[in-house]
Design a protein around this ligand. Structure first.
Ligand SMILES: [Zn+2]
Length: 152
């Protein structure tokens, strides 16, 4: 029996037609994330045991501010490379090592969230810094074995 029901064609028009064009590649981190840079090192990976390129997130010399060179974040460095930052005459200069632990002056260390480029394992790389330069790798562990005493 065809009951004469006047259905008001309720095709749920979901307003999701427009794909937001502001989702940039590489912006997969939550918005509240602090600024960071990447330091690429070569070291044996504790997970796959191969000599690997390891990408380390550092908060050293990281700011969403910057100067005429651009922001002091989302930059990629290698060991021995001076990081972009304000000069020693700037009041913000001393903040270059915020997020790192002072060890033996004038050295600092930071335990960095890191990823092995070979096996994608989550690692922790402790990097030593001196005068706005990442100087050496102190140690590489898996993220589960985050070294005691280091912020994470
Ligand atoms: Zn690996």
């Amino acid at each position: 029996m065809g009951a004469p029901r006047s259905t008001e064609a309720e095709t749920e028009a979901e307003p999701e037609a427009e794909t937001e064009p502001e989702a940039e590649p590489g912006s997969e981190h939550p918005t509240a994330m602090a600024a960071y840079n990447l330091i690429v090192v070569r070291a044996p990976c504790p997970s796959c045991k191969r000599p690997s390129e390891i990408r380390c997130q550092t908060h050293v010399a990281s700011s969403f501010d910057g100067d005429e060179r651009g922001r002091f974040c989302a930059r990629t460095y290698t060991l021995g490379e001076t990081m972009a930052w304000w000069g020693p005459g700037d009041p913000r200069f001393e903040q270059w090592c915020d997020g790192a632990l002072p060890t033996t002056p004038p050295l600092y260390e930071e335990a960095c969230y890191s990823t092995c480029a070979s096996c994608q394992a989550d690692l922790c790389v402790v990097i030593e810094f001196r005068n706005v330069v990442p100087t050496r790798v102190v140690g590489v562990t898996t993220e589960q074995n985050w070294p005691a005493g280091h912020l994470r």
